[in-house]
Design a protein around this ligand. Structure first.
Ligand SMILES: [Zn+2]
Length: 434
């Protein structure tokens, strides 16, 4: 059971975290004029075509009156073209590039051209070129929305509907009717016999629903979870009696009241799912499972649940980590120093608010091995650092929300935790820092 942590791809949450950080950074930037370049290239568009278009745009840009803006736009376009030339062909999901002159904080005229190429998580759906006073990040933002396939079931005693929801798309796949007689018996029938017949009919109907759900939702669509709707208590009864395959039964994401069942009910259910943010809730459910598994290890005496940045880094280096868990509010930079004389390496963990001050210290610090002052300094977000250690040792990495009830538990343990594959040896827990 512990093996199937809900995330299908163990790097999904890491990619989302990194892209979200980047989007937040990019959306906060505004240019002096219309000089920030955004390019979306869909998978089927040849690179040379995109390059040709940008060259034409660069020609048009020579008409821009402001010297500074003109220079910025032309520089941004030529940097983008240089970047595109690095690709022999358009990547599988297409390509997105943001490029422009970004403020350095030293005033107008000191801007520096920076480029942010993005290999998108899903195929780019639009072809777009914009030169504006901001970057066009909305389409990329949309790509971060969860689009795992979810099963939809609406049910009452008369009718049932099955559908599939994936991202913004949904479809009704099947409807069934029960043929079950109404609540009122016909004259001459004994009440007991009527009830028994009705129960049998309902039982058969529920079984038929479960069979179709299995075939459509699991065999055909491989859904990750199930959302159930319908008027009245039938849906609860149906779930309580466990007619469904365990893969559906154990992954019910939400049960919502709708006025209809059947096909009309499925439509209504999709609206409710969107209104109530059920899909955000789905990721929270995944995170809940992860944290539950982690906390169980922490509170048991197996020694397999550890926390704190330093302990986790040490265990990753020892190759004994199964899964690293980090909350998305961590805000820590890893500063690596490498002595230019003896190649001695060291790392320091710096809270982001302290980073400016820390940089000064590093510039004047000396090698702990030979005392040389000349050192190479490299800064990285802690998540990127964990990613590198985790992927080279076969560990998983999950970034979870620090705001949720579950995330808060990990947050209080230093925002970083890990589940180990096996208990560390005495040597691996020795006092040396890493
Ligand atoms: Zn040295």
């Amino acid at each position: 059971m512990s093996k199937s942590l809900a995330s299908e791809n163990k790097w999904d949450s890491v990619r989302r975290y990194k892209l979200t950080r980047m989007i937040n950074e990019l959306s906060g930037i505004s240019g002096h004029g219309t000089e920030l370049v955004t390019v979306y290239i869909p998978p089927r568009r040849p690179i040379y075509e995109a390059i040709a278009q940008l060259r034409t745009e660069a020609g048009t840009a020579s008409n821009i009156k402001s010297d500074l803006t003109r220079t910025h736009v032309q520089d941004a376009l030529s940097r983008t073209v240089e970047q595109l030339k690095l690709f022999k062909e358009t990547p599988e999901n297409g390509l997105i590039i943001f490029c422009g002159a970004l403020p350095t904080g030293k005033g107008i005229g000191t801007e520096k051209i920076e480029i942010f190429p993005v290999l998108p998580p899903k195929p780019v759906q639009i072809q777009l070129y914009r030169c504006d006073d901001h970057f066009w990040t909305d389409h990329l933002k949309d790509m971060l929305k969860d689009d795992k396939a979810m099963g939809l079931l609406t049910i009452d005693t008369q009718e049932a509907g099955l559908g599939v929801l994936s991202g913004d798309r949904w479809q009704v796949e099947d409807t069934l009717t029960s043929g079950v007689s109404g609540k009122h018996r016909q004259g001459g029938q004994s009440a007991r016999r009527f009830e028994r017949l009705r129960d049998n009919e309902l039982n058969e109907y529920y079984k038929r629903i479960a069979e179709r759900a299995h075939r459509i939702l699991i065999d055909q669509h491989k859904v990750k979870g199930l959302i159930v709707g319908g008027p009245g208590p039938t849906k609860e009864t149906f779930l309580k009696e466990e007619y469904l395959d365990y893969r559906l039964q154990g992954n019910v994401v939400a049960v919502l009241d709708t006025s209809y069942s059947g096909e009309e009910g499925v439509r209504e259910l999709v609206d409710k799912v969107n209104e109530e943010g059920v899909m955000d809730g789905y990721r929270l459910m995944e995170e809940k499972k992860i944290v539950k598994r982690f906390m169980k290890e922490v509170y048991s005496d197996t020694g397999l649940g550890i926390y704190g940045i330093n302990d986790v880094i040490r265990s990753l280096r020892n190759g004994i980590v199964d899964l690293v868990i980090v909350t998305d509010d961590i805000s820590v930079t890893v500063v690596e120093t490498k002595c230019k004389k003896c190649a001695n390496r060291d790392i320091d963990i710096v809270d982001r608010p302290r980073l400016l001050a820390a940089r000064q210290e590093f510039l004047s610090s000396s090698c702990k091995n030979c005392g040389n002052v000349d050192q190479e300094i490299r800064e990285r977000d802690i998540v990127e650092y964990f990613e590198e250690l985790a992927s080279s040792s076969g560990a998983g990495l999950e970034i979870i929300s620090g705001k949720s009830e579950e995330g808060a538990q990990v947050s209080s343990l230093g925002k970083v935790g890990a589940i180990l594959r096996f208990r560390p040896t005495a040597d691996q827990t020795s006092s040396s820092r890493y």
